[in-house]
Design a protein around this ligand. Structure first.
Ligand SMILES: Cc1cc2nc3c(=O)[nH]c(=O)nc-3n(C[C@H](O)[C@H](O)[C@H](O)COP(=O)(O)OP(=O)(O)OC[C@H]3O[C@@H](n4cnc5c(N)ncnc54)[C@H](O)[C@@H]3O)c2cc1C
Ligand code: SF4
Length: 337
C-alpha cells in the first residue's frame, strides 16, 4: 500500500457562494483548508472522497478580530495577533501551542474546529488496519475499543473549541438554505463518527465571540505526551468573571477525553456569589475527575488522563483567581509516570 494520495478532483472556488454550490453539485466531497489533517487522513485511505473543495482562495474568510475570526485564519496568524493577545489572550496562547510552527503556518481555525476525531485503531495506514481488522469509522463494522457498544469512541482532539466554548463563542455555518449561527457549546454532539451538528452541505465561515468575553479571565491547559508535536491527551479550559472577590460567572470545559468537549459549567454554579476558596477549587477538581470518562484509544492510559484532570483543574482555577501569568502548555511528560 503506497502512501500516495488517492486521486481526487480538486475544486478551487473564490467565494462562499461558489463553494456551497460546488458542494451541492458534488455531494461526495470534502472541504479542505490547510490540509494538515485531511491530507494525512487521505494518505491513509481514511474515508477519502473523489472530490475535494479547497477554501484557500476565499480571502474573505481570513479576517481576524476580537469579535469575529474567519474560518481560514491560520493558527499562526491567531497566535501572533496583537489585538487578540490584548483582549482574548487565551486564543493566541492556545493556537500557539498546537502542533509545530510549520503546521501552524498552514493549519486553520476552521480545520481545527472540524478536526477529525482520533483513535489508535483509526489513525493508521490501510495495511495496518487491514491486518488488525477494519473498524466501523473506516471500512469496517465493529468497534475495536469497546466491542459490545454500538457507538464509536474516537477521541475529540482539537484544542481551540474548548476555550471558545468557555468564552461563549458561536459558529456561523453557510449552506444552500442560507446561514445559521450555532453556539460552539451546542455544536459538538453524538459519537466519534457523528461528532457535531454540521449538515454535509454546510461550510463553516467564521467564529463569533461576544464582546462580553473580553471581561472574562480565561485559560487553557493541556496534557501532551512529548511536547509540541503531539495532540492533546487531555485539556482543561475555564473562563471566570469576578465581582470583587466573588465568583460572578464560571465556565469549565474538559477536553480531549471523550467524543466531544465536556461542558462542566454546572460544577461552578453552586459557587457563584461566593469567594473562590482553595477548598472550593479542590471540590470542583474532584468532581471533574469523577465526571469524565476517557477510553483506551490514545497514547496515555485513560486512568492517567482521568486522574490528571484533577491537578489541571486545580492549577487552572487557582491561576485564574490569583491572576498568575497564563501559559497553555508547561505540562510536558518526561517519559515515565
Ligand atoms: C504533527 C501534527 C500535530 C498536531 N497537533 C495538534 C494539536 O496539538 N492540537 C490540535 O488541536 N490539532 C493538532 N493537529 C491537527 C491539525 O493540523 C490542526 O488542528 C489544524 O488546525 C487543522 O486545520 P487545517 O486547515 O489544516 O484542516 P484541514 O486538514 O484542511 O481540514 C480538517 C477537517 O476540517 C474540515 N474543514 C476544514 N475547514 C472547514 C470549514 N471552513 N468548514 C467545514 N469543514 C472544514 C475538512 O473537511 C477536514 O475534515 C496536529 C496536526 C499535525 C500534522
Ligand atoms: S473508537 Fe472504535 S469505531 Fe471508533 S475509531 Fe476507534 S476502533 Fe473505530
Amino acid at each position: 500500500m503506497s502512501m500516495l494520495l488517492p486521486p481526487f478532483q480538486l475544486h478551487e472556488p473564490a467565494s462562499v457562494e461558489d463553494a456551497v454550490r460546488l458542494k451541492r453539485e458534488h455531494p461526495d466531497s470534502d472541504w479542505v483548508a490547510g490540509g494538515t489533517d485531511l491530507l494525512p487522513n487521505y494518505k491513509w485511505a481514511l474515508n477519502a472522497r473523489p472530490h475535494v473543495i479547497s477554501l484557500a482562495r476565499i480571502a474573505s474568510l481570513r479576517a481576524i478580530g476580537p469579535e469575529r475570526i474567519g474560518a481560514l485564519a491560520t493558527l499562526r496568524s491567531i497566535a501572533e495577533h496583537a489585538e487578540l493577545k490584548a483582549k482574548l489572550p487565551v486564543l493566541p496562547l492556545t493556537a500557539g501551542e498546537i502542533a509545530s510552527p510549520l503546521v501552524r503556518a498552514s493549519a486553520t481555525l476552521g480545520g481545527n474546529l472540524m478536526l477529525e476525531n482520533r483513535c489508535f485503531f483509526f489513525n493508521q495506514s490501510w495495511l495496518w488496519r487491514e491486518s488488525k481488522g477494519f473498524c466501523k469509522k473506516a471500512d469496517g463494522d465493529v468497534c475495536l475499543v469497546v466491542p459490545q457498544k454500538e457507538k464509536c469512541y474516537a477521541t475529540f482532539s482539537a484544542d481551540l473549541p474548548a476555550p471558545l466554548i468557555a468564552l461563549g463563542a458561536s459558529l456561523v455555518l453557510a449552506g444552500a438554505q442560507g446561514t445559521r449561527e450555532v453556539p460552539v457549546r451546542n455544536f459538538y454532539t453524538g459519537d466519534g463518527m457523528e461528532r457535531n451538528v454540521r449538515q454535509p452541505g454546510e461550510l463553516l465561515t467564521e467564529v463569533r465571540i461576544p464582546r462580553s468575553a473580553q471581561g472574562l479571565k480565561a485559560g487553557y491547559k493541556k496534557l501532551r505526551q512529548r511536547g509540541s508535536w503531539d495532540f492533546p491527551e487531555m485539556g482543561m479550559a475555564a473562563a471566570l468573571r469576578f465581582d470583587g472577590q466573588r465568583l460572578a460567572e464560571g465556565h469549565l470545559v474538559a477536553n480531549a477525553l471523550e467524543t466531544t468537549p465536556v461542558v462542566l459549567d454546572r460544577l461552578l454554579q453552586p459557587l457563584l456569589g461566593q469567594p473562590l476558596t482553595d477548598q472550593a477549587i479542590a471540590g470542583v477538581a474532584k468532581q471533574v475527575e469523577d465526571a469524565v470518562q476517557p477510553v483506551k484509544n490514545t497514547s496515555l492510559p485513560p486512568s492517567y488522563r482521568k486522574a490528571m484532570t484533577r491537578p489541571f483543574t486545580k492549577r487552572l482555577l487557582t491561576e485564574l483567581r490569583d491572576g498568575a501569568p497564563l501559559s497553555a502548555g508547561p505540562h510536558h511528560r518526561n517519559g515515565h509516570h
